[in-house]
Design a protein around this ligand. Structure first.
Ligand code: AMP
Ligand code: ZN
Length: 467
């Protein structure tokens, strides 16, 4: 299988460290808010990569962290801990926030048919491992204590900027004008491994360490958690493109300094989903979530298809027009598949031929739009319905679009019901605006009687069918 490797800037054939086995790591979410659909684009593409690897015959072990401490509001070591920001916003404890948004993240993943990685590890579970790695880095002369914090010394490396040949100044992303530069750093790009003294005395989670009570930096968690579960050699490390610098650059710096050898061979980065105003961001407050799409009548799998129709290395602009077109295409596709009759007659040669076309598309740098074209071509081909159904089942191991889950009748009814419910939700919102709560309640009750439950969320009113 070929993928584009950010490290070498080339499309390369994957040669795993251990034959047939892929050690894969994914940077997990920072759980201080809902994931936006941009974050989820990255997780959808990484899910497809994992499933494509399995489809073409690799054994994959995939690990993901949950960032529940240490990610500050700029990706450099400045600003407030994002978790603390979430806790303050909602008047809850940091751990309550972490639990709530971790659960919400996996709920969204479930709706998008994103498989849970084999190992999921919250950063707060691994404090001892972080401390051990930092101790070794100090012993080896790669880290220093200054002003109470522990820093990684980037000047000790021959090549810190592994992903690019930009100058240090150009790479100072995420450092905003309103944050003062940390004067303890010996070099501009040095980064914090452990905070004890920082401007944020109210940091909620703190642990004892050889350098005083404090908390870990964000980058150290991914190095430690991946090594804890995957060992000293990793095959593929994934994340969105914003993670390239400083996060992944710093992960490589500290991991290779600690290990004394090369750590990860392939770096897979997903380009951003943007809205018309630019990059989507959780800190902007008002952002697109899966529940918001649902409340507007979109099946989350329509969003998955929206993502798979474009290549993971191209920026993607979100628009409701394209979502509407995708929804129509998705429903047609589901109906077409539902109309196939299982006549029990699978043609093995045709099956192999079309399975190969599909895996060729995936092996070509995870070309999902080509894989979907193969699906359409196959459905039009002159082969038996049973062969088509067997191929749809096989393709859906990777596409995970629920292609066999919905039947024609189901879909038609849903569309009508959906239209009706959305109209009622609008009428209720209008009544509430006019402070006509009696009408609003009457609409809610009318829907309840028809087995529809409404829930008011931060992103608007969502609905679900109840039994
Ligand atoms: P975070 O929860 O901020 O740690 O981000 C989770 C994942 O989403 C990381 O892999 C990010 O690189 C990725 N990400 C952040 N913003 C976007 C976006 N607009 N489009 C695609 N991926 C994103
Ligand atoms: Zn990470």
């Amino acid at each position: 299988m070929d993928i584009y490797n950010t490290l070498t800037k080339k499309v390369e054939t994957i040669v795993p460290n251990e034959e047939g086995k892929i050690a894969m790591y994914t940077c997990g979410p920072t759980v201080y808010h809902y994931a936006h659909i941009g974050n989820l684009r990255s997780y959808i593409c990484e899910d497809v990569l994992e499933k494509a690897l399995r489809y073409v015959g690799y054994d994959v072990k995939r690990v993901m962290n949950i960032t529940d401490v240490g990610h500050l509001s700029s990706d450099a070591d400045e600003g407030e801990d994002k978790m603390l920001k979430g806790a303050k916003r909602e008047h809850k404890t940091v751990m309550e926030i972490a639990k709530f948004y971790t659960d919400a993240f996996f709920e969204d993943c479930k709706k998008l048919n994103i498989k849970t990685p084999d190992v999921v590890e919250p950063a707060t579970n691994c404090i001892d491992e972080f401390i051990h790695m930092i101790e070794v880095l100090i012993e080896k002369g790669y880290a220093y204590v200054a002003g109470g914090n522990v820093y990684f010394d980037t000047s000790k490396l021959d090549n810190y900027h592994v992903f690019s040949d930009h100058s240090q100044d150009e790479l100072l992303v995420g450092v905003r004008d309103d944050v003062t530069e940390d004067e303890n750093k010996k070099n501009k790009n040095d980064f914090v491994l452990w905070f004890t003294k920082s401007k944020f005395e109210d940091q909620a989670l703190k642990w004892d360490s050889p350098w005083g009570v404090g908390y870990p930096g964000w980058h150290i968690e991914c190095s430690c958690i991946s090594m804890k579960h995957l060992g000293e050699y990793m095959d593929i490390h994934c994340g969105g493109v914003d993670n390239i610098f400083p996060h992944h650059t710093n992960e490589i710096a500290q991991s290779e300094a600690y290990l004394g050898h090369k750590w990860c061979n392939y770096w897979f980065h997903v380009q951003h989903l943007n809205d018309r105003s630019g990059k989507m961001s959780k800190s902007k407050g008002d952002f697109l979530t899966v529940s918001l799409l649902e409340s507007k009548g979109y099946n989350p799998l329509v969003y998955r298809m929206f993502c798979l129709q474009s290549h993971y290395r191209k920026p993607l602009e979100f628009s409701y027009e394209i979502m509407d077109n995708t929804k129509t295409a998705y429903n047609k596709l589901i109906n077409k598949i539902a109309s196939l009759k299982d006549d029990g007659n699978v043609d093995n040669n045709a099956f192999d031929e079309y399975r190969k076309k599909f895996s060729d598309a995936l092996e070509n740098d995870v070309n999902t739009s080509m894989a979907i074209t193969v699906l359409y071509d196959m459905l039009k081909a002159d082969i038996s319905d049973a062969t088509k159904l067997a191929l749809v089942k096989s393709y859906d191991e990777v596409l995970s679009l629920g292609l066999l889950d919905a039947g024609e009748s189901n879909n038609e009814v849903d569309e009508e019901l959906e239209k009706y419910v959305l109209e009622k939700i609008e009428q209720r919102a209008a009544a509430k605006k006019e402070k006509d709560f009696a009408t609003a309640d009457a609409i809610r009750n009318e829907l309840l009687e028809r087995g529809i439950e409404l829930k008011d969320t931060r992103e608007g009113t969502v609905w679900k069918k109840i039994d």
